[in-house]
Write a protein of this length. Structure first.
Length: 190
C-alpha cells in the first residue's frame, strides 16, 4: 500500500511540473507535439529512475560513511549528467529523428531541476532503495503526464482560431496555469 501512495502522490498530488513547478523549461519547450513529449518523457523516466537508484547507493554507501554529505549536490549532478549522456548516445543511434526533435532539450535534462530535485527529495524523505526508485519513476511519469497533456492541448489549439496576440507562448503559459490549478485540486488546494 505504501508504494501505491508514493505513485499516486507523485503522479497527481505532487506532480513535479504542475504543483512543484520544477522542469518548466522542457515542459514548455518540448510539449508542442505528443510524439516528442513521449520521447522526452521516456528519457526523463529512464534518467530519473536510474538517478534515484545510483544516488541512493552513493549517498548510503559513500557519502554518509565518509561524512562527506556536503558533496551530495555535486555528486548527484555528476551522476545525472552521466546518465543523460548515456541516453543521448542511445537515442542518437536508435532514433535519430527523435534525437533531432528533442534538440537542445535532451542535454538540458542534466540541468533540469526536476531530476535533481527528485533525487534530493528522495534522500530528504528517507526512502529506502525500492521506495526511492519507485518515487523517481513515478515523479518522472508525472512529468511525462504533464508533457503529454500539454502537448495534446497545444496540438488542438493549433487547429483553432486563437487571437493573434495569444498565439504561441502566451496561450501556452495560460494553459500551463490552468493545468496547474487543475492538479492543485488533487492536493485539496482550492
Amino acid at each position: 500500500m505504501e508504494y501505491v501512495i508514493i505513485v499516486i502522490a507523485a503522479l497527481l498530488v505532487n506532480n513535479v511540473v504542475l504543483t512543484q513547478f520544477l522542469g518548466i523549461c522542457p515542459f514548455l519547450g518540448v510539449s508542442g507535439k505528443i510524439n516528442t513529449s513521449v520521447g522526452m518523457g521516456a528519457a526523463v523516466i529512464f534518467v530519473m529512475s536510474l538517478a534515484n537508484l545510483v544516488t541512493y547507493l552513493i549517498q548510503r554507501y559513500l557519502l554518509i560513511p565518509l561524512h562527506i554529505e556536503f558533496m551530495q549536490t555535486i555528486s548527484f549532478i555528476l551522476i545525472i549528467a552521466f546518465l543523460v549522456q548515456v541516453v543521448e548516445i542511445i537515442l542518437k543511434k536508435v532514433n535519430p529523428a527523435l534525437y533531432q526533435a528533442l534538440g537542445i532539450y535532451l542535454p538540458l535534462i542534466t540541468t533540469n531541476c526536476a531530476v535533481l530535485g527528485v533525487t534530493l527529495l528522495a534522500v530528504k524523505n528517507n526512502f529506502n532503495l525500492l521506495e526511492s526508485v519507485v518515487y523517481g519513476a513515478s515523479m518522472a511519469a508525472g512529468f511525462t503526464l504533464a508533457l503529454i497533456l500539454m502537448a495534446g492541448i497545444r496540438e488542438q489549439l493549433d487547429l483553432m482560431n486563437v487571437p493573434k496576440a495569444m498565439k504561441g507562448f502566451p496561450v501556452s503559459l495560460l494553459l500551463a496555469g490552468l493545468l496547474a490549478m487543475a492538479f492543485w485540486g488533487f492536493s485539496g488546494i482550492v
